[in-house]
Design a protein around this ligand. Structure first.
Ligand SMILES: NC(=O)c1ccc[n+]([C@@H]2O[C@H](COP(=O)([O-])OP(=O)(O)OC[C@H]3O[C@@H](n4cnc5c(N)ncnc54)[C@H](OP(=O)(O)O)[C@@H]3O)[C@@H](O)[C@H]2O)c1
Length: 295
């Protein structure tokens, strides 16, 4: 792994911490870019202020960008929507603007999302060859990936379309667990909406696989697809809590969460065949066992 230096923008977050640990164990030199000036182990940047410490950038062979404000972190006001887009698109454009410092860059890998395929067809299984949808999350991803493609003029570019991540240290399962543990768990909306998912260990292995095989283009990082009803019932069973409440109607979720309710009321099935065809093997394909590992 000599000479491979991986720099991870947004590497201080849930996925980034796991990825740093994984790549480090696999023998890569790894560093993160963070807006946190106090973190002495991080290289400082602040894309919204146009600031970046360029002193180490010449060493970087692989640049991974995970940066972005949380999509589930608050109601999608117009201001919040702009933050969601800018923290991904403008941060990517800012990195590209500094391309002259990345003398040794071989590969740019952007985080992306399986929420790019829209919310319309529950029966279809979407592949990387399908078009983007027309909702807000599809717009976010399409702009994010377009910005990542700027790097294709100087190096290989890949986009990891990440599914909601199963992780014992946070993420959507922690949020789903809370109402169930308090006896207030319920299926959301029709319960038939799909939720693609991936275990964090498979996700970090996918990043490593993409680096090692110099894969180019978009890849769905998804282990499986489950409906909201099945997942809610599985969690309740594992947490030994009954689901006594009726399903939360979609209209009331929309009243509480506004447009953001689409995160848990809508969802489509997504295929992982492209990664499998490239030779990647998923370790966690059984949701039951994957949940046991993180709960
Ligand atoms: N977790 C999931 O289930 C999931 C699913 C699909 C896609 N994704 C995508 O994968 C990426 C990483 O996810 P994650 O769960 O690790 O997210 P996270 O825990 O929220 O971490 C994201 C990191 O982005 C940086 N950041 C936040 N706001 C920023 C801004 N305005 N400008 C620049 N950097 C900013 C932060 O680093 P500093 O504060 O150190 O700068 C933060 O640690 C995100 O883009 C997310 O949308 C995640």
């Amino acid at each position: 792994m000599e000479n491979n230096f991986v720099l991870i923008a947004g590497g201080s977050g849930l996925i980034g911490k796991r990825l740093v640990e994984h790549l480090y164990k696999k023998g890569f030199d790894v560093a993160i870019l963070s807006r946190n000036k106090v973190d002495k182990d991080a290289i400082y940047w602040n894309p919204s202020k146009g600031e970046i410490d360029t002193s180490m950038l010449h060493k970087v062979t692989h640049l991974i960008n995970l940066s972005g404000v949380s999509i589930a972190g608050g109601r999608w006001t117009e201001v919040r929507k702009k933050e969601i887009i800018d923290s991904r698109v403008a941060s990517t454009e800012f990195l590209f603007k500094n391309k002259s410092y990345f003398h040794n860059l071989k590969h740019y890998i952007s985080a992306s999302g399986v929420s790019c395929y829209g919310i319309d067809d529950l029966n279809k299984v979407y592949t990387e060859a399908d078009a983007f949808g027309n909702d807000f999350l599809s717009e976010v991803v399409s702009k994010w990936e377009l910005a990542a493609d700027l790097f294709s003029t100087i190096c290989t570019v890949s986009k990891v379309r990440i599914s909601p991540v199963l992780d014992s240290k946070g993420g959507f399962i922690s949020e789903m667990k809370k109402p169930i543990q308090f006896g207030a768990g319920a299926v959301l909306g029709s319960g038939n909406q799909w939720m693609p998912w991936i275990h964090q260990r498979d996700l970090v292995s996918i990043f490593e696989f993409i680096i090692n095989h110099q894969l180019e283009g978009p890849f769905n990082a998804v282990s499986g697809n489950v409906t909201n009803r099945t997942l809610t019932q599985m969690l309740a069973r594992k947490l030994h809590r009954p689901l006594v409440l009726p399903a939360l109607p979609a209209w009331s979720a929309k009243l509480i969460f506004g447009e953001m309710a689409t995160l848990f009321l809508d969802g489509v099935q997504v295929s992982n065949q492209k990664l499998i065809d490239k030779g990647f093997s998923f370790q966690y394909t059984d949701l039951d066992k994957a949940l046991d590992q993180i709960l």
